[in-house]
Design a protein around this ligand. Structure first.
Ligand SMILES: *[C@@H]1O[C@H](CO)[C@@H](O)[C@H](O)[C@H]1NC(C)=O
Ligand SMILES: *[C@@H]1O[C@H](CO)[C@@H](O)[C@H](O)[C@H]1NC(C)=O
Length: 358
């Protein structure tokens, strides 16, 4: 399957290093490593193969691109996660851990190669994020193919949702009642004041997790110690049109600094992005925390306010150590390294049982 182009949203951390040694040597080499969220192993294999001959950034771009083509679990790439209007939109980000440059292309309506669009934003403009139809126009002008992101699969998902009274549904404080009625909606009286609103915000139960692996986030480290991270997603199924995933937000969906390490996130991005968890993870590792302690600590901050939120974090440090943490969600990540050149899928156990939600 190596060499197949897939559509995945992956955050990959690549550690650059000699493939001949298991650890960091005295000669400035680092162990090569690729990790990404979920068992999107074709993406991992592609990134691993590219990492041997090219830079960490290209490994991440090409690895994540595999999921965009394969439509990994229909949560990455075209033809998945229709919004309220039946549209599929893509969000992607890439970050260069050597230069701390980042590029995001978000709310794309017609560009399948979302991570490549993100890299073009990073490398051919002075900006960090381009959004919406203007971002598609940018991608088109820079040479990326345009076309519909809707497929029979996404159309069927959307029709089923509409026939089921538009459930699950991300609206609140509106009428008609979004728990049993489709829109159009209008705000309830007093919805603008914060009572009964913000603290209760949460995603429809069961939206993320086992059958809805919502994002590929990938981190890569090469043998020269260069690191890169990237993400790609089609976001939350049945989202309100215009909604951006945390995957497109630097520091939230992914973050990487070659001097320290990198991080990728997956899960309920609407909650997670308020905590900028990947920035938190990298800064914790900078102050000496292990990847495992760093992801657990960052997740714990979110858990204290949102005990039942569904989300996971993945970290890779500059020495090739990696770890994941998860809350209320089964989580696996994929690893390629000198010890596991054919990719190993690692199951992450939650450190705290999920409280039963009522
Ligand atoms: C864009 O970046 C280039 C290279 O760093 C710089 O020379 C140029 O002045 C920047 N443009 C603007 C408008 O800031
Ligand atoms: C999508 O559905 C249409 C109409 O039902 C059908 O004609 C078409 O062949 C389908 N396309 C694919 C790729 O299955």
């Amino acid at each position: 399957m190596v060499g197949r182009r897939l559509g995945l949203v992956v955050a990959v951390v690549a550690v650059v290093g000699s493939s001949l040694v298991g650890g960091v040597s005295c000669f400035g080499t680092a162990p090569e490593v690729v990790v990404n969220t979920w068992p999107f192993v074709d993406a991992t294999r592609e990134a691993w193969s590219v990492l041997r001959t090219e830079d960490a950034l290209t490994a991440v771009e090409k690895g994540v691109s595999v999921c965009e083509v394969e439509q990994c679990d229909h949560t990455v790439g075209y033809g998945g996660s229709p919004d309220e209007w039946g549209q599929t939109t893509l969000d992607a980000m890439i970050m260069n851990g050597d230069t701390m440059e980042a590029g995001s292309a978000v709310n794309l309506h017609a560009t399948k190669q979302a991570i490549s669009a993100a890299r073009l934003v990073m490398e051919t403009t002075n900006h960090t994020i381009l959004a919406g139809r203007d971002a598609d126009e940018f991608a088109r002008a820079m040479g990326l193919a345009q076309g519909s992101l809707v497929t029979n699969f996404s159309k069927a998902l959307w029709s089923q949702w509409e026939r089921g009274a538009c459930q699950p549904n991300y609206r609140r404080n509106v009428h008609p009642n979004p728990r049993d009625s489709c829109g159009p909606y209008a705000p309830n009286a007093g919805a603008g004041d914060r009572k009964g609103g913000v603290g209760a915000a949460r995603s429809p139960v069961g939206t993320f997790g086992r059958n809805n692996h919502d994002t590929i986030a990938m981190i890569a480290l090469n043998s020269r110690g260069s690191m890169a991270a990237g993400t790609s997603t089609n976001g939350a199924t049945h989202k309100v049109p215009g909604r951006l995933a945390d995957s497109g937000v630097p520091g939230s969906g992914a973050y990487v600094d070659s001097e320290v390490g990198g991080c990728g996130a997956t899960g309920d991005g609407d909650v997670m992005m308020r905590f900028v968890p990947c920035y938190q993870v990298v800064e914790s590792m900078r102050r000496g925390m292990s990847p495992k302690s760093a992801v657990e600590e960052a997740l714990g901050r979110i858990r204290r306010r949102h005990p039942t939120f569904q989300g996971a974090l993945l970290a890779l440090d500059k020495n090739g150590n990696h770890a994941g943490a998860t809350n209320c969600m089964d989580f696996h990540y994929s690893l390629a390294s000198a010890d596991h050149p054919d990719v190993r899928v690692i199951e992450v156990q939650a450190s705290v049982p999920c409280p039963s939600s009522t």
